[in-house]
Write a protein that binds this ligand. Structure first.
Ligand SMILES: [Zn+2]
Ligand SMILES: [Zn+2]
Length: 365
């Protein structure tokens, strides 16, 4: 029965046509709907943006984990993050990486996405056909998230937040060296280093990068997530809660980690001798570094850069790729040019975390 699934491919895509699988052509495993990505035989959604009965959640960022689902399924490490952000009374079940459950005949398992603590790719298998929805991911090992593992599949859903060739990250070690040099110089000059990065994922990476260079003070939003991660067994450097009553002298030469939304907060502006840095993938581009006249910008990202996106897609061996948030048009066009059939999935992702750090951000609709 297989064989007709890819007859709608653009001319010249013989490579993909040659890899026709045996999945019956009249069956589809996943589709994009106005509520989110839907597993058709499984009757559940992955990271839906409208209320549904069962939502499988890839990770705790707000654009993927939304309020109002009857039931949630996620990784063990994501569970307390969802309860913190969506309410202790949500109905949520969790599983481990590589553990599988059967839902309406679909075998579902979670695999590390390397994006933030608890982030998972969702693997779906039905009648021998496999689809993977990767959520957000990165290939670099940040030392906190379980490192990304490629998963073989027929159909792959990828993000493309930084899907342009200009995005090309430094190694984690080289980047951490830059951050440490900057913080150490501020300390020598008795300045407070204020590092801005979103509170779930980026903030903890920054804490780890500057560990040992001074006292780390965290904004409440970071502090609370730190505590949740620690109670799940994640090891973090020592930190304190930054209080608005904080004695300015005790901050001298030390470090503050705060979310980007607080950049213009009165309290932080009142800290006299301070040096500010925005830590985001967008800082790779010179123009973006001038944003808000921060003293420094470091391209620290929890998303895959251009080369990593291509590597990740190739490693899946997928014959069909759907591109979500970010550079969907550019990246899907590129994949088609190298012989991988790709299209765009219009989603509501990309309205939170790193995307909002972008000075020119236009949320997707
Ligand atoms: Zn994310
Ligand atoms: Zn996202």
């Amino acid at each position: 029965m297989g064989g007709f699934l890819f007859l709608d491919l653009p001319a010249g895509n013989a490579f993909a046509i040659l890899r026709i699988h045996q999945f019956p052509f009249f069956l589809k495993l996943i589709k994009n709907t106005p509520k989110g990505i839907f597993c058709i035989p499984g009757k559940f959604y992955i990271d839906p943006w409208r209320p549904v009965d069962l939502a499988v959640i890839t990770h705790g960022h707000g654009d993927h984990a939304r309020w109002g689902m009857k039931k949630y399924l996620c990784h063990h490490l994501t569970r307390p993050i969802l309860q913190h952000r969506l309410g202790a009374d949500i109905s949520v079940e969790s599983i481990d990486y590589n553990e599988s459950v059967l839902i309406n005949g679909v075998r579902l398992s979670l695999h590390p996405a390397g994006h933030i603590v608890g982030s998972a790719q969702v693997r779906l298998e039905y009648k021998g056909y496999v689809a993977v929805i990767s959520g957000d991911y990165k290939l670099q090992d940040d030392g906190l998230s379980t490192p990304f593992e490629p998963v073989k599949c027929n159909e792959f859903v990828t993000e493309s937040t930084f899907g342009l060739p200009i995005y090309n990250w430094l190694s984690v070690d080289a980047l951490n060296d830059q951050l440490r040099t900057w913080v150490a110089r501020n300390r020598e000059n008795a300045k407070t280093s204020v590092l801005f990065g979103y509170s779930l994922g980026k903030a903890q990476r920054l804490m780890k990068a500057v560990d040992g260079l001074g006292e780390i003070y965290t904004h409440r939003s970071v502090f609370e997530l730190n505590q949740i991660m620690e109670s799940s067994g994640v090891e973090l450097p020592e930190y304190k809660l930054l209080s608005t009553e904080e004695d300015k002298k005790s901050l001298k030469g030390n470090i503050i980690i705060a979310p980007p939304a607080l950049y213009d907060s009165r309290f932080l502006r009142k800290i006299g001798d301070r040096s500010t840095a925005i830590c985001s993938g967008w800082m790779q581009v010179r123009g973006a570094r001038r944003w808000r006249s921060a003293d420094a910008g470091f391209a620290v990202s929890d998303h895959a850069d251009w080369q990593s996106l291509i590597t990740a897609v190739k490693e899946t061996g997928a014959e069909r790729v759907h591109v979500t948030h970010g550079q969907t048009a550019v990246f899907s066009k590129y994949l088609n040019e190298i012989g991988i059939a790709a299209d765009e999935f219009r989603t509501h992702y990309g309205q939170d975390e790193e995307v909002l750090e972008n000075p020119n951000a236009e949320p997707e609709v």
